[in-house]
Design a protein around this ligand. Structure first.
Ligand SMILES: [Zn+2]
Length: 303
């Protein structure tokens, strides 16, 4: 059991801005930088390193080659869209730094210091061999595999994004000494059910869920899961598309939403603080900068 040091770190790469997307994609570059402008006085920011060397911890050589080639073949300003994923000339590079930031956050957790990888593109819908849902490389799966290969006894991934992390589930179902806990909005892509996947506990709450119900589920279910799994480290896929600000803007895009405020995110971090298990977080969804501000601020400032 390790007590986490008090001053957390935000790990960020300005290169994310070069991952260009089409105008109708919710993962706009401004979502990070507008939030960061407001957060800059309360966070310690550290530059992310390049994480390219870690991609094979989860992704197939063919898929890594495919992403690199697509990006290399694009001209300046060109955008290639595969289903709802956008690729531009620098997407591969931005995605490598998102992985690097997440690995760095995981290393901080190993040294009992909290860290938040503030990245785009997000990762939890990326499978070992395909992109999906604005995700290119699976940041949290790669960082978890890094920790496992470092000898961590057990890693629990907690995914609080509005959507099920189907790519992360692919990783966990194939990987011993890992487990996955998620709270999602029922009825949304990429779908799944409660007991479908080995080592995964997926809770689906109705669209419109607000703080009281969400916090009750966190207290009842997550606390028990942490006790039962007894991980040596916890990785959080921190998606803030559950926030009321995203609900206002993106409910129709996603087909459902939650109405959470920072009260729910505070409750999550407090449960993790109480567990005395080291943890780190990586940004997933959250498309209105106000949602990201509320979520990230709660990681750094306990009420
Ligand atoms: Zn999401």
């Amino acid at each position: 059991m390790i007590i986490m040091n008090s001053e957390p770190v935000l790990i960020y790469s300005p290169l994310h801005i070069n991952h260009k997307v089409s105008l109708d994609c919710p993962d706009q570059p401004e979502r990070l930088d507008e939030a960061l402008e407001e957060l800059i006085d309360i966070v310690t920011v550290q530059d992310a390193p390049n994480g390219e060397e870690y991609l094979p911890l989860f992704h197939t050589p063919d898929y890594i080659h495919k992403v690199r080639t697509i990006c290399n073949e694009l001209g300046r300003g060109e955008i290639n869209t595969i289903i709802d994923n956008c690729f531009s000339q620098s997407t591969y590079q931005a995605a490598c730094y998102a992985v690097g930031a997440t690995i760095e956050a995981a290393k901080y957790a190993q040294h009992a210091r909290r860290a938040f990888a503030f990245v785009r593109p997000p990762g939890h819908h990326a499978w070992s061999d395909k992109e999906g849902g604005f995700c290119v490389f699976n940041n949290v799966a790669i960082a978890t595999e890094f920790l496992r290969q470092q000898g961590e006894r057990k890693i629990l991934i907690i995914d609080v994004d509005l959507h099920l992390g189907d790519g992360t589930i692919e990783y966990v179902t194939k990987t011993p000494n890992t487990s996955y806990f998620s709270i999602n909005c029922a009825g949304l892509w990429p779908h799944g059910d409660q007991d479908q996947f080995e080592r995964c506990e997926n809770i689906f709450l109705p669209s419109g869920t607000s703080d009281a119900r969400y916090i009750q589920v966190l207290e009842r279910r997550l606390t028990k899961t942490i006790e039962r799994e007894n991980p040596s480290i916890i990785a959080v896929s921190a998606g803030f598309d559950t926030c009321v600000h995203d609900s206002n803007t993106f409910e129709e895009t996603f087909g459902g939403s939650f109405n959470l405020t920072s009260d729910s995110y505070q409750a999550l971090w407090k449960i993790l603080d109480r567990s005395l298990i080291p943890y780190f977080a990586v940004l997933e969804g959250g498309y209105d900068p106000l949602s990201i501000m509320d979520g990230v601020e709660s990681f750094f400032n306990r009420e």
